[in-house]
Write a protein that binds this ligand. Structure first.
Ligand code: F6P
Length: 358
């Protein structure tokens, strides 16, 4: 009998269920006797021993279902070794649960913080296999994460919808796209949605360059301009501040997000009406797109193969376009950011799309 623990941790995304289904279907199909222990709400369930023994039916009909059937929660990595007010040693508690249930392996689906904890547990001697989840596509060691393409679809649709109303009203529109500290989602949705200006955390902008791009379009007779702005976009001025001073500035910022600050600056400097649209968490919701269903199924199968082969301490990944595996110790602690010198940025610039930096 193989006993496999499974959890989903961090922010949810569209293809978590599709991925769990991929892992479990392959395990059921290839192993005689397997029992899945589903931990509720991420690492919290592992810490508190809150689980249920899953049945094959639990994984049926969930390929197209967004969210996660196990529930999720954010358990910050930096607090994992900190004993809180409840007096619980979280790392010890997780190991205890694992050993008490006599698990053969723990399957972890999550983003960057989740991968760091997965690596910690692996270093603590548990058999861990992980899978790369996030709409941000910022996990190091994989070219693609599941959830990303589904979120690109939604953010692109938001920009598409803005086009018609922006045209009718001759307005400047900002669509703020998620992505945390990286710009992948904004870059892809911005290109796919035909945005005129794309602002990414990796390429600090100068508001005067942004305004110049808007003015250029106006002079060319264009009735509107659409800006795709990453929630983590940063001005050159703010980028020069250093991490601590910038954090402090953001804390005291009178605008809810960077997009509203940019909108106000454009209004003040040009008198042009600007509207901000924030699709927010809709980008993480709904059904996974077909690309993600395929990716999740393949990554799930790869994770199952690792379990069958007893190859632990890896994340199922995409390397050079192929399904692969990457050591958790290589994944943990590094963000995969957009390279400002990469071909996709150069190609986008060739079209005259502005990144606000020049
Ligand atoms: O990491 C996924 C993500 O959706 C980011 O793009 C975003 O910054 C963050 O999670 C939002 O987190 P929360 O759901 O906790 O508000």
């Amino acid at each position: 009998m193989k006993r496999i623990g499974m959890l989903t941790s961090g922010g949810d995304c569209q293809a978590l269920n599709a991925t769990m289904r991929g892992v479990v279907k392959a395990l059921y199909h290839n192993l005689k006797d397997v029992e899945i222990y589903g931990f509720q709400e991420g690492y919290k369930g592992l810490i508190h021993g809150n689980y249920r023994i899953m049945k094959p039916e639990d994984f049926s009909g969930i390929l197209t279902k967004g969210g996660t059937i196990l529930g999720t929660s954010r358990q910050p990595f930096k607090l994992m070794r900190v004993i809180g007010e409840d007096g619980i040693d979280k790392v010890k508690a997780m190991k205890d649960t694992y050993h008490k249930l006599k698990l053969d392996c723990l399957v972890v689906l999550g983003g960057n913080g989740t991968q760091k904890t997965a690596n910690l547990l692996s270093e603590e001697g548990l058999n861990v296999v992980s899978l790369p989840k996030t709409i941000d596509n910022d996990i190091y060691g994989t070219e693609m994460t599941f959830g990303f393409q589904s979120a690109v679809d939604i953010a692109t649709n938001a920009i598409d919808c803005i086009h018609t109303t922006a045209d009718s009203h001759s307005r400047v529109f900002i669509v703020e796209v998620m992505g945390h500290k990286v710009g992948w989602l904004t870059l892809y949705a911005g290109i796919a949605g035909g945005a005129d200006v794309i602002l990414l955390p990796e390429i600090p902008y100068d508001i005067d360059n942004v305004i110049a791009a808007i003015e250029k379009r106006r002079k060319a007779g264009k009735r509107f301009t659409i800006l795709a702005v990453a929630e983590g976009a940063i001005s050159k001025e703010d980028a020069a501040l250093g991490k601590k001073a910038y954090k402090e500035k953001v804390k005291n910022r009178k605008y809810p997000t960077v997009s509203y600050e940019i909108a106000d600056q454009i209004l003040k400097k040009t008198g042009q009406e600007v509207r901000v649209t924030v699709p927010g968490h809709t980008q993480r919701g709904g059904a996974p797109c077909p690309y993600d269903r395929v990716l999740s199924t393949r990554l799930g199968a790869a994770a199952a193969q690792m379990i069958i082969d007893k190859e632990y301490g890896y994340m199922a990944s995409v390397v050079n376009g192929e399904i692969s595996k990457t050591k958790l110790s290589d994944v943990a602690g590094t963000l995969k950011m957009v390279d400002p010198q990469s071909p996709i940025i150069k190609e986008t610039r060739l079209l005259g799309i502005s990144f606000g930096d020049e």
